[in-house]
Design a protein. Structure first.
Lengths: 377, 57, 313
């Protein structure tokens, strides 16, 4: 005999004021502990990472989804929002870098064969997993099973990609090309306007809309990215931290990293031995995951069921995660490190990354139905 | 399996990573921590970034 | 009357250099006295400034031995250099155990004097004597219109000296640990300003702020008169020593961050005030803190966070 109280409501209830307040106190306490034991800069970076997570999940703003919508539905809104955000970051980052070159550095990397190939493959896998670098972290944090499964393999791939990086770059890369100063900023902004204009012209009728949440996301993300540069001395990045976690694990089980030019380099070897709480990218990654989880919990979204996919799809997710991690290292960054921070701080490789990754995304979207990730079109 | 379970598992995994790291890495020294802001600190940036060129280049 | 005056002068001279009746070159030498000594005792004049400063003008016949030659690595600048290194340096300068040496610094301020004091201490510990510091450095030399030479250093015949460090004026890390643990009695004297002693600031290479346990502080710049920051006034030093509880029979260990300011304190207490048992702890707080030993006046976590945010260190 069932009574009304036995029936579970289908509408999940948001956490109450007390729960929310306690959760905020907990988060503040964690940030304080990091600041006390590791240093105030590191506490601040964790807080910035939380901010990124809150903004990306809270405003439902990402990188993978907008590209998918542009390719499938010719809806340029999200893509244009990304480009505007990068433009705002550039307007602050270029002068900062030009005036403070000794204290700040940009996300500069050389263009090369492997870099382009890596970006293309990243773009494809990004659509398979429906998550890029930041996207996978956000998904994992907010309870998306695909993101959660992809994350450890992303990390393994990132470690392996970094391990072999010197071999890949030896296949052929150009000398570093960067844009700097007022001229560089003008070129960057012109390029961003041109790309946005092109996307706008290609749109399908009635698709373009710039909701308030996109504006919010643009402002908050740009602000946090500029703050990140000022605090850390380098722009926002995602993938290095994940590979570092695996590198530490390898060392913990007795592995030897001296065979890799990358991991044996003094700076990286020192970071493997130092506490995770002193690595910039690791802190923002932890914050990203935490911020996404916090928003999902706040909105009672965590009660909904996790995704169910056929076995073939899970295998594809695992492989895609590995490939995402590996290719992002060859490409010298993911959507954040290369696209967002690269273009925003004047690296030519960011532009090449975008073109290659966007082309890869197109290919990845075509591939999805064959892997059981969605119904055939 | 609900999303909250996935999130908790991810959280558990990360906590494990942090605990293992704390056990095996060099101890934290809050006295030698870097200044709050890199801007104006007079110190060269020492962080690692994916877009940084491979060592030896 | 003349006899008593002469006796008083001799007494004053032997008071300055207690055990060294043979040495005319006291711990301090004035420019005019050095000029005179250059024809009689012909001391080796060691200019511890940089090569550029040396080339611009130096005491005639002086050799250039930049301060860095006597200092340790960047993560422990106060570390006493190895006997092998010191042997090589002194051989290259042609210095033997009985070579009179006069150390010449720039003479800008109290901290600059500390460099000369540290080199003086290093040479004395290496067994070289007699030793002296040119009071007021090159600044006093040029102000006294003494002849300044330019051009390359004179030729030296390398000496055959083999250095071994005396432990009479040297306190090692183990010695200091014995004092802190109570196995040995001596007074630890911190030569740094109060902010360092209280743990409100720290040296960049130190692992944590604070001072050695059971120490007292006597900031190095107090030995100098207010109007002459670069010159030593022996009378003032003896007066300050007795006023501040530094007794003739005290056993003292002088330290600072890297054994630079501490050398000034050591010089004042040992060489000028004539206290017999004054030792220098060369690696000082930087070496001690990185070795992980206990310290006093270390700020707590919250105070450290505050200090970090407000850039105190």
């Amino acid at each position: 005999m069932s009574t009304a109280s036995d029936i579970t409501t289908s509408e999940p209830t948001a956490p109450g004021v007390m729960s929310r307040a306690s959760m905020l106190v907990c988060v503040a306490a964690i940030v304080l502990v990091v600041a006390l034991f590791a240093g105030p800069r590191y506490g601040l970076l964790l807080l910035i990472g939380l901010g990124f997570g809150l903004a990306l999940e809270g405003f439902r703003f990402g990188f993978t989804g907008p590209w998918r919508r542009m390719i499938l539905a010719r809806d340029p809104s999200g893509l244009i929002a990304q480009l505007v955000c990068i433009g705002i970051v550039a307007m602050a980052a270029f002068p900062l870098l030009a005036a403070n070159g000794a204290e700040l550095k940009g996300a500069h990397a050389p263009i090369g064969m492997a870099m382009i190939g890596g970006a293309f493959v990243f773009g494809a896998c990004m659509q398979l997993v429906l998550g890029c670098g930041s996207g996978t972290l956000i998904n994992a944090g907010s309870g998306n099973a695909v993101g959660a499964v992809a994350l450890p393999f992303f990390a393994i791939g990132s470690f392996a990609g970094a391990y072999h990086l010197s071999w890949w770059t030896s296949l052929g890369s150009l000398p570093m090309m960067t844009l700097s100063g007022t001229d560089g900023l003008m070129v960057t902004l012109a390029g961003l306007v041109a790309l946005a204009g092109l996307a706008f012209l290609l749109r399908a009728k009635g698709t373009f809309h710039m909701p308030a949440r996109y504006v919010g996301a643009i402002v908050v993300l740009a602000g946090l990215a500029i703050l990140h540069l000022v605090v850390a001395g380098q722009p926002w990045g995602v993938v290095y931290g994940l590979g570092l976690w695996v590198a530490k694990g390898v060392v913990a089980v007795g592995g030897d990293l001296s065979g890799s030019t990358f991991w044996a380099a003094p700076a990286n070897a020192a970071q493997v031995e130092a506490s995770l709480l002193t690595d910039i990218t690791s802190l923002t990654d932890l914050g990203l995951i935490g911020g996404a989880a916090l928003v999902a919990w706040w909105r009672a979204g965590l009660a909904s069921p996790a995704g169910k996919l056929p076995a073939r799809a899970w295998l594809a997710v695992i492989v895609a995660g590995l490939v995402l991690g590996y290719s992002s290292r060859l490409a010298f960054g993911c959507n954040i490190g290369a696209f967002f921070s690269g273009i925003g701080t004047g690296s030519a490789h960011g532009w090449v990354w975008f073109v290659a990754a966007f082309a890869g995304s197109w290919a990845g979207i075509r591939l999805r139905p064959y892997l059981g990730l969605e119904a055939r079109r | 399996m609900r999303r909250v379970h996935v999130t908790l598992l991810v959280g558990l995994g990360l906590t494990g990573v942090l605990v293992l790291d704390h056990v095996q890495s060099q101890p934290l020294n809050p006295f030698t921590a870097p200044p709050v802001l890199a801007l104006g600190s007079g110190m060269a940036p020492t962080g690692a970034h994916c877009a940084a060129p491979a060592p030896g280049q | 009357m003349l006899m008593t005056l002469r006796a008083a002068c001799v007494a004053a001279a032997t008071a300055i250099v207690p055990a060294m009746a043979q040495a005319e070159l006291g711990p301090l030498v004035e420019p005019s006295d050095l000029r005179a000594a250059m024809t009689t005792t012909k001391p080796t004049v060691l200019d511890i400034r940089s090569e550029d400063a040396y080339n611009e003008g130096h005491v005639p016949g002086a050799l250039n031995a930049p301060y860095g030659l006597f200092r340790g690595p960047s993560d422990n600048p106060g570390q006493l250099v190895s006997v092998e290194h010191m042997t090589q340096v002194l051989r290259g300068l042609g210095i033997k155990a009985d070579t009179p040496v006069v150390v010449v610094h720039q003479g800008t301020d109290q901290t600059d004097f500390g460099g000369a004091a540290r080199v003086y201490w290093t040479l004395k510990t290496s067994g070289v004597r007699p030793l002296a510091i040119l009071n007021g450095g090159m600044n006093a030399w040029t102000a006294a219109d003494q002849e300044v030479a330019t051009g390359p250093a004179p030729e030296v015949t390398p000496s055959e000296i083999t250095v071994s460090y005396s432990d009479k004026w040297l306190a090692t890390r183990q010695d200091v640990k014995a004092i802190v643990d109570g196995e040995d009695t001596a007074q630890l004297v911190d030569a740094r300003p109060e902010a360092f002693y209280e743990g409100r600031t720290k040296h960049g290479a130190a692992a944590q702020p604070g001072t050695l346990p059971q120490s007292r502080y006597f900031t190095h710049d107090r030995w100098f008169g207010g109007d002459e920051p670069a010159r030593i006034n022996p009378e003032l030093i003896r007066q300050l020593a007795s006023e501040n509880g530094f007794g003739q029979d005290d056993s003292l260990v002088s330290f600072c961050n890297t054994g630079h300011w501490a050398a000034t304190n050591w010089f004042a207490l040992s060489e000028v005030a004539g206290i017999e048992t004054v030792r220098l702890y060369p690696e000082s707080v930087v070496g001690w803190s990185n070795a992980g030993y206990d310290m006093a006046n270390v700020p707590g976590l919250f105070e450290n966070l505050y200090n970090k945010i407000f850039g105190r260190y």
